[in-house]
Write a protein that binds this ligand. Structure first.
Ligand code: 6PG
Length: 242
């Protein structure tokens, strides 16, 4: 199924469209008596989106205490490091709405019980499996200028891991070097994938991913697809090369 491409006039408009879609998707799942499960991402536009969701006048349509929150990737840093995706999501979204802390699943931190990033990745995969998290409702992904998504970078051997939910990355070209990432297979076990793409620096990567001919080893984003829908939200600058 071809991706649904949404061009937004500005980054703020993109954030508003994604925030509205997020509230609608969660409310819809809850109306069907499901506890929706989402995987969040880090990145600049994700922060704006998180803040926009938290400020949404429609936020009351969702029972935030009945939403399972996971992360697509994380920087293996101490829990209170401001560069942690989980910390950013907490500040912008999770601490601002009445989420149930028991349903928020940050990836392990480097000062937690798992001393190595390998153990952290294994533990997160086990946690996801233990919670029956075999299918997300929505996976949100930021895009790197090199086409990376989560912490799956072009040319990296972790792109070919098919027997794990989460993998350790020890040589990320984007700092910090140590990260935990869901695998492509795990990211693909979702109803919907939403790419959040803002700024001219992402224009080439977006055009390559959407060309239909990209190899996942060159453009990891080309390897992620929702089972029901794949939506690319792009602002004008990011869509310039489509
Ligand atoms: C990270 C994320 C990475 C990021 C994109 C976009 O930890 O850095 O895993 O995927 O979300 O690189 O980042 P920007 O929006 O800041 O460009």
């Amino acid at each position: 199924m071809p991706a649904d491409v949404r061009r937004c006039p500005s980054a703020q408009d993109l954030a508003e469209q994604v925030a509205a879609a997020f509230v609608a998707a969660l409310a819809d799942a809850q109306q069907q008596d499901r506890v929706p499960s989402v995987a969040l991402t880090g990145g600049t536009i994700a922060r704006t989106i998180h803040e926009t969701v938290a400020a949404s006048t429609d936020a009351h349509l969702v029972d935030w205490s009945r939403v399972d929150v996971w992360f697509g990737d994380e920087r293996f840093l101490p829990a209170d490091d401001p560069d942690r995706n989980a910390r950013q999501a907490a500040e912008a979204l999770l601490d601002r709405l009445p989420f149930d802390p028991a349903r928020i699943h940050p990836m392990p931190a480097s000062d937690g019980p798992h001393p190595s990033v390998d153990e952290a990745a294994t533990a997160y995969g086990e946690e996801l499996r233990a919670h029956g998290g075999d299918r997300f409702d929505v996976v949100m992904l930021s895009l790197g200028p090199d086409g990376h998504v989560a912490s799956l970078f072009p040319g990296h051997p972790r792109l070919d891991v098919h027997d794990a939910v989460a993998v350790a990355v020890t040589d990320s070209p984007k700092p910090p070097p140590e990260r935990v990432s869901l695998t492509l297979d795990a990211l693909n076990r979702t109803r919907e994938v939403w790419f959040l793409v803002s700024g001219s620096g992402k224009a080439d990567a977006a055009a390559i991913a959407l060309s239909g001919t990209a190899d996942v080893h060159d453009a990891p984003s080309a390897g992620v697809r929702g089972q029901e829908r794949t939506v690319w939200f792009l602002d004008e600058d990011a869509a310039a090369r489509l």
